[in-house]
Every structure is written in structure tokens, then in C-alpha cells.
Design a protein around this ligand. Structure first.
Ligand code: HEC
Length: 213
């Protein structure tokens, strides 16, 4: 009799505990498989047809977790974009499709490349501040604090680090700087893989500010 009462009390406690659902807590669930579908892994599929047969409720003889679609390439759930699809960012911008070229050709090559962030006039001051932080972390160790190649690297190694305050560099455009960060120039290697396009434009703005001082 006592055991019966304890069982009822425990059962009631469990049911009541389940009522406390809210926020991130879904409450106590009986057979959660009934409410939550098995999540798809984007980069892989479950190809074993018997995976999960033990909980199978399907009639096709395959396991509950089998989710392979042989038409998807590389046995993954994610579909590949159609060939020649070009990714745009949320603003609709296309990627910069340039290439690494001889440094003498960069001015003509980038003549029409203008900084899209300049259109956002209210933000320019903030972009310059961010550009400074990025310059310090990505460029200063070679080009120096003022851009005049006063860094230890420039002085101790015969890399030929450009003095961005020298007469022949004062006229370079933000597009030119963006290109150089993306693909490099001469002895300078590309930085496109580690600096996002937006950040490259911010750095370009900051370099122009450094040059004007
Ligand atoms: C590892 C050292 C190093 C780093 C880091 C570096 N540069 Fe350079 N940069 C160079 C060297 C060396 C040259 C000269 C290349 C040459 O003329 O052969 C150069 C050249 C340049 C030029 C002139 C290119 C031209 O048109 O002739 C610009 C502009 C420039 N760098 C900008 C930057 C910016 C902006 C960054 C930061 C994102 C940066 N660099 C990071 C070494 C570096």
C-alpha cells in the first residue's frame, strides 16, 4: 500500500515537473522523438539504411535516422549552388573579381574601383576608427605606425617595404590600396584571406588619412 502511494506521488511529481516548460527548457518529455525530428547534418548524410530501425515507425523498412539522398553530391544534405552562381553579400554587393598583377599595372587596373563605404557618409568617422585598429593589427608591423616604413621589419630586412608617405605613393587611391591588400603587390603577399572586404576598405580609408598627415 505504502509503495503504491509513493509511486503515485512520484508519478504526480514527474507530471508536474513536466509542466514547468518555458524559455529554453522544454519540460520533461515522454518519447521526445515524437516531437523533435532528427536534425539534418549539413555536410553528411546517414547512408546506413538500418540506422535506427529499433525506433522505426516508418513502413519502408529503413531505419528512423536514414536520410540519404543519392542525388545530393558528396553524400551530404547540403545542396551545392548551381554552377556559375556568384555569391552576393546581404547588401547585394558582388565579390571583387580581380587578380594579382604586376605592381606597375595596379593604378590603371584599379582606376575605376571606388570605396563603397564612402557612400555611408554618416559612418565614415567610425570606419576610420575601425580602420586604425585593423591597420595596427595587419599592417603596422611592416609599414610602421605612421606608414613611413619605420618598423623594425622594414629596417632590418631587405624586403623593400613601401614607405607609404613617400611622394610616389601619396597619389594612390583607396581602390589601389584595396587591391594591394587583397592580392598583394611585388614583395608584399596577399592579405585577402585574413581581412574581409569591408575591413580592407576601412584600412584603405585609414591609410589615406595617415598619408594626409
Ligand atoms: C610582411 C610585411 C607587410 C605587411 C604585413 C603589409 N605590407 Fe604592404 N608592403 C610590403 C612590402 C614589402 C611592400 C613593397 C612591395 C614591392 O614594392 O615589392 C608593400 C607595399 C605596399 C603598398 C604599395 C604597393 C604598390 O602599389 O606598389 C601598399 C599600398 C601597401 N603595401 C599596403 C599595405 C596594407 C594596407 C597592409 C595591411 C593590410 C600591408 N601593406 C601589410 C610589406 C607588407
Amino acid at each position: 500500500m505504502r509503495k503504491g502511494i509513493i509511486a503515485i506521488v512520484l508519478g504526480a511529481a514527474a507530471v508536474l515537473a513536466g509542466c514547468k516548460a518555458g524559455g529554453d527548457y522544454q519540460g520533461l518529455e515522454y518519447a521526445p522523438n515524437m516531437y523533435h525530428s532528427v536534425a539534418y547534418e549539413p555536410l553528411s548524410q546517414i547512408t546506413d539504411e538500418s540506422a535506427g530501425t529499433i525506433v522505426n515507425s516508418l513502413d519502408n523498412g529503413r531505419g528512423e535516422y536514414f536520410n540519404s539522398n543519392k542525388y545530393n553530391p558528396y553524400a551530404m544534405n547540403l545542396r551545392e549552388p548551381a554552377p556559375n552562381t556568384v555569391k552576393r553579400d546581404p547588401r547585394g554587393w558582388l565579390p571583387y573579381r580581380g587578380k594579382r598583377i604586376a605592381k606597375d599595372s595596379i593604378p590603371a587596373y584599379t582606376a575605376k574601383l571606388s570605396n563603397p563605404l564612402r557612400k555611408d557618409t554618416a559612418q565614415v568617422a567610425a570606419y576610420l576608427e575601425q580602420g586604425k585598429v585593423l591597420y595596427v593589427s595587419q599592417c603596422q608591423h611592416c609599414h610602421g605606425k605612421t606608414g613611413a616604413a619605420e618598423s623594425k621589419i622594414a629596417q632590418n630586412y631587405a624586403l623593400g617595404v613601401a614607405n607609404l608617405k613617400a611622394e610616389n605613393y601619396l597619389g594612390i587611391t583607396e581602390g589601389h590600396i584595396f587591391h594591394v591588400i587583397t592580392f598583394g603587390a611585388g614583395n608584399m603577399l596577399p592579405h585577402g584571406s585574413q581581412v574581409s572586404p569591408d575591413d580592407r576598405w576601412k584600412i584603405a580609408m585609414y591609410v589615406k588619412q595617415l598619408q594626409s598627415k
